[in-house]
Design a protein around this ligand. Sequence first.
Ligand SMILES: [Zn+2]
Length: 225
Amino acid sequence: MKRACDTEVQPAARSLVNRYAGTTVLAIGAHPDDLEIGIGGTLAKLRRGGAHVVMCVASIPKDYDLRLEEARQGAEILGCELRLLMDGGPKRLEDVKNCDLVGLLDGVIREYGPAAVLTHSKADFHNDHLLIYNACRPTQRLAHFDLYSYHPTNCRPVPVEFHPSAYVDITDTIDQKMHAISAHASQFGVRGLDTEMYREFAHVQGRMMGVPYAEGLDVQRMLLA
Ligand SMILES: [Zn+2]
């Protein structure tokens, strides 16, 4: 006799890709390179699966032209649309009032109508990243999108209290992620930093879930139909 637990669930039918295929996914990061480091593999996977993926970079604090070009290259490698929130020249997030930042993000939510939003985590240690996390939270009042936080992003590893509640298998897109990170040469090679720690970190997270490479997410809000 077949028991309920014997029923086979096809992995493809419950995949992240199927959940968001044909929809818009909005990824929000404070600076160029945050999205590639935090969720580059996830974004490439969503794009390959048929989602319209928008990489919204909030600000470029300095070296505007260079970092904008690096952001363009990173987005192109991942197959995503790049959207610069505060464009027209170098700008610092801490110079913007919180209510104005929420207003800018409200505008992006209204424009794209995303099925999912991925942003920084409250466990992050960089004040700009926390400003974006705190400004994203009130946008939840506008629409019923799924909301995720990604692992704190940094060029040098530091201890953080981030505990993923979901993992994305990025085995098929880890090379794309690493390529996109390397587009930000001004943040790594030029400063004598190497990017291989991101591959190692994805490997460690993957081993926790029985796959070669993974990215961890903290689910903030999700509707299960
Ligand atoms: Zn950043």
